[in-house]
Write a protein that binds this ligand. Structure first.
Ligand SMILES: Cc1cc2nc3c(=O)[nH]c(=O)nc-3n(C[C@H](O)[C@H](O)[C@H](O)COP(=O)(O)OP(=O)(O)OC[C@H]3O[C@@H](n4cnc5c(N)ncnc54)[C@H](O)[C@@H]3O)c2cc1C
Length: 442
């Protein structure tokens, strides 16, 4: 079977790897001149900078084994050490919102959770706000919506419920350890409550632990750029045909036409690029775009003497009053230490009309101070830093997105049943990988 994959970002790379392993013929078409998309990051002097904090997570042996193949076994274990801040209170070992340190009434939380658990009919969630209300109860959700706003910079009542996958907090800390562990014996609570697992990070992943005993891993040298370069070598070696600086202009039943006019036979097409582009190629419509809000981000990298970098791998701050959502030390965990220095990364999600977006340079010192307060770093603000303003990072689904997405999928299925499109709003590398596996198996 002739498979064509449009888009050579993480999704496209992984889809190609899975298909090659299954003995299929694969052609990957990438618009730019290199593989990796967002994962490729940027160069800054001798550093390969990742966009934000990107670490692989070993929760499925199948996915981990594909990633190991792509990295040709050049991997390093990362012992993650993280913390979080909720309403100004620091919580060691938790990056998810932790209400146990805040002044909240736990009896109300308990009562509301009990009520939800006792109702067999789960309420339908239209918005992210509904999702949080129905999952954690109205009272706890009030606090969690602040955390959601901090990360997504968008009103949860205007976001589709599927935006929950972008929060990275399915589970939150609502009770002390002892109470949570007890409650987690029931599935309902197990799905909602976070507990500390870092003393045995593979506790809930025994199947994955058989293949690789550690929870997190990363390319052994030089950031995610190394992953992208390794992927290029691997895919070529496995016989994939890679076409760069091209895109698909038109699609017919068993053939595609590229921008340069070349025609290519195709049995199945995987769309791993923007879905609105596919929609306009197939139906001459662009209806999905209005349901997606891209979150702009100010990202600041500081070059810091290693002795001034703290012990955290990353730190999430859910406090709305602070600029940083996440500060991390990718330079250290990627082994990029140059003359006793490395880099840290501070991510500030924002809006295109915010003061920080319009005058980002004026905020560098505040961002450094915040990173110091989070103990990612310490000392005087370094004179060497890189300011990056990324207009499109996370893509938020607005209310109605899911319905629209499903409609388009059905239309594609009806008229072009050989096309598989992967949900474009997924951002977690692990979620993306499991979705691709699901799609290819069905
Ligand atoms: C600042 C930041 C922080 C992040 N932090 C994390 C994190 O902590 N954990 C995590 O799991 N994820 C994180 N992510 C997200 C993760 O890196 C991305 O979700 C993932 O890499 C996206 O992969 P993709 O293949 O969907 O898209 P992309 O990387 O956007 O790749 C799409 C590719 O398709 C190509 N393309 C586009 N149109 C066409 C076309 N018409 N024809 C052919 N090719 C085309 C593009 O050139 C590109 O190479 C972060 C992202 C950012 C920006």
């Amino acid at each position: 079977m002739e498979w064509v994959i449009a888009g050579g970002g993480f999704k496209g790379i992984l889809a190609a790897t899975i298909l090659l392993k299954k003995g299929q013929k694969v052609t990957l078409i990438e618009k730019s001149n290199a593989l990796g998309g967002v994962m490729r990051g940027i160069e800054w002097g001798k550093y390969h900078l990742d966009l934000g904090c990107q670490i692989f997570d070993n929760s499925s042996s199948e996915i981990t084994s594909y990633l190991f193949d792509l990295m040709q076994q050049n991997i390093r274990k990362v012992d993650v050490n993280y913390a979080g801040m909720t309403k100004g209170c620091k919580s060691e070992n938790y990056t998810v919102p932790d209400l146990t340190l805040c002044k909240v009434d736990f009896n109300i939380i308990k009562k509301e959770l009990k009520e939800i658990a006792s109702k067999p009919d789960i309420k339908k969630n239209e918005t992210l706000s509904d999702y949080l209300d129905n999952r954690f109860g109205l009272y706890a959700a009030k606090f969690l919506k602040e955390a959601a706003y901090k990360k997504l910079q968008y009103d949860p009542t205007k976001l589709d419920a599927t935006a929950a996958s972008l929060l990275f907090f399915d589970r939150v800390k609502l009770f002390d350890e002892k109470t949570s562990i007890k409650l987690k014996e029931q599935k309902f609570y197990d799905e909602r409550l976070a507990v500390f697992t870092n003393n045995d990070a593979m506790q809930f992943y025994s199947e994955a632990a058989k293949f690789y005993p550690f929870r997190n891993f990363y390319p052994d040298n030089g950031g995610m750029r190394q992953f992208c370069d390794g992927a290029l070598e691997y895919l070529k070696e496995q016989g994939a045909k890679l076409i760069f600086e091209q895109s698909i202009e038109s699609i017919s039943k068993d053939q595609i036409q590229l921008k340069n006019g070349d025609l290519k036979k195709v049995d199945r097409l995987i769309w791993a690029a923007e879905l609105d582009v596919l929609e306009s190629i197939l139906f001459d419509e662009n209806s999905l775009k209005q349901f997606i809000h891209p979150v702009p981000m100010v990202v600041v990298y500081f070059e810091v003497p290693v002795k001034n970098i703290g012990s955290y791998t990353y730190f999430h701050d859910h406090t709305p009053e602070q600029l940083i959502f996440r500060a991390s030390a990718p330079g250290l965990y990627s082994g990029q230490v140059i003359d006793g220095k490395s880099y840290i990364c501070c991510e500030v999600p924002t809006h295109l009309n915010s003061n920080i977006w319009l005058n980002a340079k004026a905020y560098i010192n505040t961002i450094w101070q915040e990173a110091c307060n989070l103990k990612i770093c310490s000392g005087e603000m370094p004179s060497t830093y890189k300011l990056l303003q990324a207009p499109i990072t996370f893509k938020l689904p607005l209310v109605g997105y899911q319905k629209k997405f499903e409609k388009i999928q059905q239309k594609i299925l009806k008229d072009h049943s050989n096309i598989i499109c992967i949900d474009p709003v997924q951002t977690s590398l692990t979620d993306i990988a499991s979705n691709i596996l699901k799609e290819l198996e069905s």
